[in-house]
Design a protein around this ligand. Sequence first.
Ligand code: CDV
Length: 312
Amino acid sequence: MREIVIGAAQMGPIQRYDSREVVVARMIVLLEEAIAAGCMLVIFPELCLTTFFPRWYMEDEREVATWFEAKMPNAATQPLFDRARTAGVAISFGYAEQTPEGQAFNTQLLTDPDLNIIGKYRKVHLPGHAEFDPDRAFQHLEKRYFQPGDLGFPVFRNMNAWMGMLICNDRRWPEAYRELGLQGAELIMLGYNTPTTNSQNSGETPETRVFHSDLCCQAGAYQNSAWVVAVAKAGDEDGHALFAGSIIVAPDGTIVEKATTDGDELLVHSCDMDETKFGKKTIFDFKRHRQIKHYSRITSQTGVIYPDGTKG
Ligand code: CDV
């Protein structure tokens, strides 16, 4: 058995004018709960230090810069690192990263139990748009504020297991999970900020949107025989609702824990990394069953090209 007791630290809403210090204090409350529950690794959501700022259209670069972290840890997050280090609990959380070269990424970090940052993932599949879109009920400007991740889909050795990360929209792309699965990922951590309504289709119900989220996480877990921990930032942020429903999914695709509120809430599950072995050795033994000579379109073509040559 290779047991890791995991805490999925769902966070309730963060308002536009909430400070990093106020948010980090909330994260430490969740961390304390996790420590008391025996968690060894605690996972927080995407962009969890601030409100989901890509919903706001901004032209002033100085204003945009206020949402980014130029250093990690920094003064605001140091207390979280310090408390986790004293307890020997590894953490993973998402933030807006500004590099010394001036690049901007939607990033998730991973530490070991000594709180060394041993891994970083930068979101590859950025949803939304780069310019103000008057046809949407609300904006989703990730393509304006971030560059697509430049690290690929790395997998890290941590706590005697192979671990990878995805961020929010990445969970809808099977290629993202498979990139991790092909490196033996046993645990896939992902955070999300997903609006409860579809800004381009008011007829899509909140239930359908949660269904799509669960469907993708469960399929990604099953098809790669890996644990998937999906952690929401949820609730009403300045009048904009984000759905909750954080889940822990076992390597057979079943949901073993699910959040019941749309506020700060900790899910705890003891995840045995050896449970990933069965699927990896049988139906999803990639070495025996994958047929890569038939998959070339996946890396050579982005959009649809019909057999008659017309483009979709
Ligand atoms: N933060 C996100 O990536 N949100 C997207 C929304 C825009 C659909 C998601 O895939 O959940």
